[in-house]
Design a protein around this ligand. Structure first.
Ligand code: ADP
Ligand code: MG
Length: 253
């Protein structure tokens, strides 16, 4: 299968007042086209920083990022990097940003306006996308009138409207109850299985690992392990067991 995202000997350090902080330490992995990959690990271990390097937003200190074989940081200009990202990658964040003056379908269609498509075409595409995430009935509402779970479904439709081959989602279920979160993950899974999209999602919720083709465990800026929950069921069981014990200790989910 075609390589979608490839990370080679990637390290990233930040220079702060007190010195140099290494945040990502010599990471190596490859994601094939059409795979659903979940990166998980505790808060502060470097997950978002890693996503930013893949998005072309944060140049690695050393090492390389390849997206569809293209060296992300070896392009002619920053404008080229941005164009490459817009063409290939859709983003979903924990907290969606909406243009307040626009309703759901107009927000969904916005990336197409930036690409210069005419209004009837963009709205027709937006409505098709909204239908695919079961949100067409809400097209004329304002995003602020929707629940967090509904807003994230609209975020998905906006991320997919330019037909990118890759979706990167940073804690998309972070503000959702379990049921809405699971519904969103199932939709991501469907986009990967049915439409062959590459999905790279970050979460700290271990409950969702079972949906992924590949799980990457990060700790302190390093990759601790990479496994397939479909094949390595024991590994998944162990993780689930640990989570249940943890939940008993803290007394909540
Ligand atoms: N621009 C930056 N300058 C300095 N430190 C940063 C910067 N961005 C992230 N960090 C640090 O890198 C570490 C990892 O952050 P992050 O990637 O956001 O973790 P995660 O997403 O796993 O919670 C944190 O300790 C954070 O403070
Ligand atoms: Mg983060």
């Amino acid at each position: 299968m075609e390589s979608s995202i490839k990370i080679e000997n990637l390290s990233k350090s930040f220079t702060v007042a007190s010195g140099i902080v290494p945040v990502l330490k010599n990471l190596n992995f490859e994601i094939k086209a059409g795979e659903f990959t979940i990166i998980y690990g505790p808060s502060g271990c470097g997950k978002s920083t890693l996503l930013h390097t893949i998005l072309g937003l944060e140049e690695p200190t050393t090492g390389k990022v390849f997206v569809f074989g293209e060296d992300m940081y070896n392009q002619a200009s920053e404008g080229e990097v941005a164009r490459f990202r817009k063409k290939n990658i859709g983003m979903v964040y924990q907290q969606p940003n909406w243009v307040k003056a626009l309703n759901v379908e107009e927000n969904t269609a916005l990336p197409l306006a930036l690409m210069g498509q005419d209004l009837p075409t963009r709205l027709a595409k937006a409505r098709t996308m909204l239908q695919s995430v079961h949100m067409l009935d809400w097209a004329k509402y304002h995003p602020s009138e929707l629940s967090s779970g509904q807003q994230q479904k609209v975020s998905l439709s906006r991320a997919f409207i330019t037909n990118p081959k890759i979706i990167i989602a940073d804690e998309p279920t972070g503000n959702l109850d379990y049921e809405s979160g699971e519904e969103l993950i199932r939709m991501l899974d469907t986009f990967s299985k049915k439409d062959g999209k590459t999905i790279l999602m970050v979460t700290h919720d271990l409950e969702y690992l079972k949906y992924a083709d590949t799980c990457i465990r990060m700790l302190n800026g390093e990759i601790q392990k990479i496994f397939s929950p479909q094949i390595d069921k024991k590994e998944l069981e162990e993780i689930t067991k640990k989570r249940n014990i943890y939940e008993k200790i803290i007394g909540e989910k």
